[in-house]
Design a protein around this ligand. Sequence first.
Ligand code: ZN
Length: 233
Amino acid sequence: MPGFQPKFIAIGGGRIMAFPERFLDELTERNDIVDVVSQYVRLTKKSGANLFGLCPFHSEKTPSFSVAPDKQIYHCFGCGKGGSVISFIMEIENLSFPEAVAFLANRAGMQLPEQSDDPGAKKRQRLLALNRDAARFFHAQLKTPAGQIARDYLARRQLTAQTVTRFGLGFAPDSWESLANAMRRKGYSDQEMFEAGLVKHGKSGGVYDAFRNRLMFPVIDVRGSVIGFSGRI
Ligand code: ZN
């Protein structure tokens, strides 16, 4: 959507260390390799139990890229690439191991385990959760009487309800504290909201909503996390 500048809120891509083996087992169980690969490669059954398709990692005209559902692995007889569903996502999405794990966890609706050896990770998770809750709040506002003005705007721009839902569009009401109050009720501190860029500090020391009377566009990263918002008056 042209015409506005996204406002990114950086949430560091800090290192996430070892994942518990049990977690990784569940992750691979809940991300069937055929389903995942099929989102990138058209697979057809060729021989036996294996599926074949054109390799996404090298250029070819006859399929030499195979997926073995029973072993949950892939292997290309052309370029030799192969591995698990996690290495497939690392390779095709150009992600590090922890990023690929986060990508697949998000895909399967799984919560990442707490990373006790990374003190920054818990804070980042809180901020991501806050952004997600804020996105839900803004989206819900679209359905309120106050959101009529935004609904009218979307209708004029001929944005369908499907688009609005798909991109998680929302509306920040014309109020100084409606988001802040809603997020406080969910247990977030003013400091966390400030760090997420959702509130600003007033002269008298309190905080007020940074986005008011705006259409809200969540900024979503490759892992499906809301990492910030851009607002449009
Ligand atoms: Zn290949």
